[in-house]
Write a protein that binds this ligand. Structure first.
Ligand SMILES: [Zn+2]
Length: 133
């Protein structure tokens, strides 16, 4: 008789909740709503250092959503909900708010690349501001 032992992994969040899964693939984790936050060794996907449960992930997202840091707000999806705020916030972040070339700088930042969204436009804008200011 052949016996197959199924390996299981137990993940624990810092809040005390834990979950047991059959494998650590991105697909399985996504279906649970849990997320790997960091690894002991980046090359080894089994060397998980810390994980977050869905409730803690949502709490962290809400914290970033109302943060003063524009990158936090970008990662929390704030500008997906408030697209009209991005232009002013991005220009203010790089010190170009009210600058005569602000509008041109923003258009150019967008033209340079926006496939990766607000984060990419912001990085472009930072580079442009460095040249202008
Ligand atoms: Zn938690």
């Amino acid at each position: 008789m052949k016996v197959t032992v199924k390996k299981q992994y137990t993940l624990s969040c810092s809040c005390g909740k834990s979950i047991t899964v059959d494998d650590l693939s991105a697909e399985v984790l996504k279906s649970t709503g849990w997320k790997i936050v960091s690894y002991q060794s980046p090359a080894d996907e089994k060397s998980i250092k810390s994980v977050s449960c869905p409730e803690c992930l949502e709490r962290e997202r809400l914290r970033k959503y109302s943060s003063n840091d524009i990158r936090d707000r970008i990662s929390a999806g704030y500008y997906q909900d408030n697209p009209e705020k991005y232009y002013d916030d991005a220009l203010k972040h790089v010190g170009l708010a009210g600058h005569p070339k602000a509008s041109k700088a923003f258009s150019y930042a967008y033209e340079l690349g926006h496939a990766y969204g607000h984060e990419e436009v912001l990085s472009n804008l930072e580079g442009i501001a460095e040249v202008i200011l």
